[in-house]
Design a protein around this ligand. Structure first.
Ligand code: PEP
Ligand code: MN
Length: 353
């Protein structure tokens, strides 16, 4: 029995991005417990931060607070581990579940070190997707854990870093999570809307989408005073807001018979829908950049259309399209129409609309 997969309904993991103080951990746990919508309490003890100097985690003393929160609520507790010494401390403190963060999954040495340190200890472990959209690296990390003899495993989809992304903190790229599910159907897939969105107003939509795609659970960051959180403030929500959000989710029953009958055609249609959605999303991101350029041109008194650049852009894509089997006329039409819309949006910016 894998405790990371529930018989009915999604597995619900919630808790602060970071353990900060004893009171914050215990209060968050108590208030989350009161929502009745939590299976596992999470908290970061060692925080992998992109830049040094940011809050890098409270360290070992936070493990005492988690023990206390567990005593109070009876909830199992989960902690992020990034190296063998973290694993050792978690085992010493009887932490129930470990997770491996996105910045660790990218490094096979680090995942292997953790896997080696867990030989002979079949503790539940969740593996987040790597920061970069690399399915093989994610699957490879899971195989390292399996090879170490671990059987209570789960995956967490937390989105992927993407330079052009304007809306999400980490672009979801749902197809990668779905491909993972296809490759390793026995591994439950948990969605982490918090790190995908990076902002609280988008959480509900992403969580709902994950459930609609038949994910096995959610991991959501919750804090008693989100705005003053020491890490990831913009994406955290109070335990009560969390409870409300979970209540508002529509949990659609999947009819196993219908599922079996789902034809190849339907599966392909789903893929097309997903790709179309991605196209729309990319177009919206592109228009946002176009508007920023419009603002720059306005501030610097430049014309909207710079003919030479436009010709170069068009030719580049016609050539590229030809390489990918796209007809010249089709590519020209698409690029022109995107360009038209960009000009229109820039005009609006420049005329101060
Ligand atoms: C976290 O869960 O707080 C975290 C650091 O997430 P990720 O590894 O997905 O960035
Ligand atoms: Mn976080």
């Amino acid at each position: 029995m894998n405790p990371l997969k529930k018989e009915n309904g999604p597995l619900l993991i919630a808790g602060p991005c970071s353990a900060e103080t004893e009171e914050q951990v215990v209060q968050t746990a108590a208030r989350l417990f009161r929502t009745g919508k939590i299976d596992i309490l999470r908290a970061g003890i060692w925080k992998p931060r992109t830049r040094p100097g940011a809050f890098e985690g409270i360290g070992t003393k936070g493990l005492f607070w988690l023990q206390k929160a567990r005593e109070l609520t009876g909830l199992p507790v989960a902690v992020e581990v990034a190296k063998a010494s973290h694993v050792e401390l978690c085992l010493e403190f009887g932490i129930d579940i470990l997770w491996i963060g996105a910045r660790t999954t990218v490094n096979p040495f680090a995942v292997q070190e953790i896997a080696d340190s867990l030989k002979g200890v079949d503790i539940p472990v969740l593996l987040k997707n790597p920061i970069n959209p690399d399915l093989a690296l994610w699957i490879g990390g899971m195989e390292r854990l399996q090879n170490a003899g671990l059987t209570k495993l789960g995956a967490i989809h937390r989105g992927f870093s993407s330079a052009g992304e304007k809306i999400y903190r980490n672009r979801p790229q749902w197809q990668i999570a779905i491909d993972f599910k296809m490759a390793m159907p026995e591994i439950p897939m948990i969605n982490d809307p918090s790190h995908i969105c990076g902002r609280r107003d988008l959480l509900q939509r992403v969580a709902q989408k994950a459930l609609d795609l038949d994910f096995d659970g959610l991991m959501i960051e919750s804090h008693i005073t989100p705005d003053t959180a020491w890490s990831d403030a913009a994406q955290q929500i109070t335990p009560e807001a969390y409870g409300q959000m979970i209540s508002d989710l529509v949990i659609r029953q999947v009819d196993p018979e219908a599922l079996r009958e789902r034809s190849e055609l339907e599966r392909l249609r789903k893929q097309i829908d997903m790709l179309d959605e991605e196209i729309m999303h990319i177009l919206a991101s592109r228009m946002k950049v176009a508007r920023e350029i419009g603002k720059y041109k306005k501030d610097n008194n430049m014309t909207i259309l710079q003919n030479e650049r436009w010709k170069e852009v068009l030719q580049k894509y016609v050539d590229r399209g030809a390489h990918s089997g796209l007809g010249e006329e089709f590519v020209t039409r698409i690029i022109k129409s995107i360009h038209d819309e960009s000009i229109e949006q820039q005009e609006k910016v420049m005329s101060g609309d």
